[in-house]
Structures are given as structure tokens and as C-alpha cells.
Design a protein around this ligand. Structure first.
Ligand code: FES
Length: 142
């Protein structure tokens, strides 16, 4: 055996030298500088659409705005954020009046915001909501 590096050792060294370039390449394709948007509920009143879309005793999920609106038997409207209180995933499924988080399976009552299945433990934050001219408006200041 000589004291010179073997071909395989040189190959390993060369590979190690390339590693930072590979890492840079991956980083350049990653979500740098705000490439990932954090889901959010409205920060101002938003028009959700026709009031008639939320039936008495039912609920409607507005995925684009991360809001759920329910109406009780008396016609009273309630709105809640649909950003899960467990790890902030946007909730994307409504079955009847049950909201189901896709990330870890937490479930919430869309009429009260309360947790009905863990791992979430905190209720969904309530949002102001009102009907105006046949339209639903929800969000702070509504
Ligand atoms: S983020 Fe919704 S259950 Fe974990």
C-alpha cells in the first residue's frame, strides 16, 4: 500500500467538495423570502357571498377566506376562523357542522368553535359576521 490517496478516496473528497453546491441548488429552489404563505383569516370585513348559502341549522366553509359561518334555528349567524388551533393548518373539510383538520385529525363544532376531537385543545376564534343586503360579511369590523 502506498501513502497516496486511493482513487476511491479522491472520489469521496471530490464528492464532499460538491456537496455545498448541491445544497445551494436545493436551497435556491426552496421557499426563500416568503415563498410559503401562512394561512390567515380576514383582517378586514370580506364579502363571502349570498346570505342564503348558509341554511338554518347548517354551516358553510369558505376555504378561500379560512372562515366558517353557521346559522342556528333562530337564524342567528356565527363565524369562526378555520385555521386549526393545533398547528395552524387551514381546515379544508366540513361534514354537516363538523370541521375536520387534514393535518392531524382535530375536529371542531362549526356552530360553537369548540374542539370535539383532539389533538387540538383550544376552540376556534370567533369572528364578527353580519348579513347586509342579502350578502354575508365577516371579519374584524363586520
Ligand atoms: S394542525 Fe389541525 S390537527 Fe394538527
Amino acid at each position: 500500500m502506498s501513502g497516496r490517496p486511493s482513487a476511491s478516496r479522491r472520489a469521496i473528497l471530490r464528492g464532499a467538495a460538491l456537496t455545498p453546491a448541491v445544497a445551494l441548488g436545493l436551497t435556491a429552489c426552496g421557499p426563500i423570502g416568503g415563498g410559503v404563505t401562512t394561512p390567515a383569516t380576514p383582517t378586514a370585513p370580506v364579502d363571502l357571498g349570498a346570505e342564503s348559502e348558509v341554511p338554518k341549522g347548517g354551516a358553510k366553509l369558505y376555504r378561500d377566506h379560512n372562515v366558517v359561518v353557521s346559522r342556528d334555528a333562530d337564524g342567528t349567524l356565527k363565524a369562526y376562523s378555520t385555521i386549526c388551533t393545533h398547528a395552524q393548518c387551514p381546515i379544508n373539510k366540513l361534514q354537516g357542522t363538523k370541521l375536520i383538520c387534514p393535518c392531524h385529525g382535530s375536529e371542531f363544532d362549526a356552530t360553537t368553535g369548540e374542539v370535539v376531537r383532539s389533538p387540538a385543545s383550544a376552540p376556534l376564534p370567533e369572528l364578527p359576521v353580519r348579513a347586509e343586503g342579502g350578502r354575508l360579511v365577516a371579519g374584524p369590523g363586520a
